[in-house]
Design a protein around this ligand. Structure first.
Ligand SMILES: NC(=O)c1ccc[n+]([C@@H]2O[C@H](COP(=O)([O-])OP(=O)(O)OC[C@H]3O[C@@H](n4cnc5c(N)ncnc54)[C@H](OP(=O)(O)O)[C@@H]3O)[C@@H](O)[C@H]2O)c1
Length: 312
């Protein structure tokens, strides 16, 4: 058990809520700055969590938040740009600011969330900006650890849940990059890796790829979601030109289900090609052991609809 204080940037998001809950369970006092307290309201009920509305891009504010902390975790990340330059601001500039704030406030330890395939020369702005951010963190004199997960699954994920929603409403799924490969990792394993790293000096100045036990193509994942929810749909793989056209259309629609930058990211398989890091203990959980427990609600909704149709 720890009695330390930790600043978690991006603590209100999908990964954040699980990491913060694990930190609280381990006895940490956690500060979560957010752009909107409303968005982080699920954290407010947790004991030893302080949710603050703050502009973490302001260096003075960030340093002020960091004063007195034993460690900082940066989980901030975006998949798409709202306006040009957002990747640079959210990934690269913020990474620079986290290093500066840690140094100025005397915070020795920095855990940084990156992504598998992050690479300054990467094929998408997402991967390239994540790669540049890694270089900033790894070039610092802090006690850093960098995490590079494949796609993360869990109850509030926006990946499997998105396909579950789509398959409820579409009869046919026109799928870009159907043969792209992923090695999904359970959010519980990701949260455990962050919390264990705080307590284990072997993780200092290390980068860890985090993947689950099995590789799937995107088409297999979409088919699997359909099986679990009961909405088995025909999947029509799109070729390169139609994939780009689809992304061009979707990226200007609300919600940006897919962008050309996302397509570019998927030209690299999101798989680990290495063992799960022994330092985080155990074997990562299988998708099949977890996903049905939260995807099954879509199945119940269908059952309810059928009941309604027959007037019951
Ligand atoms: N989910 C995955 O499958 C996956 C896979 C690989 C890597 N990752 C990485 O893991 C991290 C967390 O992902 P997630 O799925 O939890 O994302 P998420 O649910 O979208 O949460 C993103 C978090 O970042 C904060 N944020 C976003 N843009 C920001 C900005 N411009 N300024 C300040 N804060 C901002 C949000 O805070 P507020 O809105 O409260 O301010 C939120 O807490 C990201 O770095 C992501 O790249 C995720």
């Amino acid at each position: 058990m720890s009695t330390g204080r930790i600043l978690v940037l991006g603590g209100s998001g999908f990964v954040g809520r699980h990491v913060v809950a694990r930190l609280v369970a381990e006895g940490w006092s956690v500060i979560v700055p957010t752009r909107s307290r409303e968005r982080a309201k699920h954290l407010i009920l947790l004991p030893t969590v302080d949710v603050l509305q703050a502009d973490i891009h302001d260096p003075v504010t960030l340093e002020g938040l960091a004063v007195g902390a034993d460690a900082m975790i940066n989980l901030v990340g975006i998949l798409n740009e709202g306006r040009r330059g957002d990747f640079d601001r959210a990934h690269i500039e913020l990474a620079r600011k986290t290093v500066a704030a840690c140094r100025a406030a005397g915070v020795p330890r920095l855990l940084h969330m990156s992504a598998l395939n992050a690479d300054a020369q990467g094929p998408s702005r997402y991967l390239a900006s994540k790669g540049q951010a890694e270089a900033i963190i790894a070039g610092s004199d802090l006690e850093w650890t960098i995490f590079r997960p494949s796609v993360v699954f869990g109850p509030e994920d926006s990946f499997l849940n998105m396909f579950a929603r789509l398959e409820r409403f579409l009869l046919v799924v026109a799928l870009a990059c159907a043969e792209a490969r992923f090695q999904p990792i359970w959010i519980g394993d990701v949260a455990q890796a962050f919390v264990r790293a705080l307590d284990d000096d072997r993780t200092l100045r290390q980068r860890y790829a985090l993947c689950g036990p099995r590789v799937y193509t995107l088409r297999e994942l979409v088919a699997y979601v359909g099986e679990v929810t009961g909405y088995r749909r025909a999947i029509v793989p799109l070729g390169a030109r139609l994939s780009r056209l689809q992304a061009r259309i979707l990226e200007v629609l609300p919600g940006k289900l897919m962008t050309r930058d996302n397509l570019a990211s998927m030209t690299r398989d999101s798989v680990c090609n290495c063992e799960y890091p022994a330092v985080f203990g155990g074997v990562p959980k299988a998708l099949e052991a977890i996903a049905p427990s939260y995807l099954a609600h879509a199945k119940r909704s269908r059952y309810s609809r059928l009941r309604a149709q027959v007037g019951r």
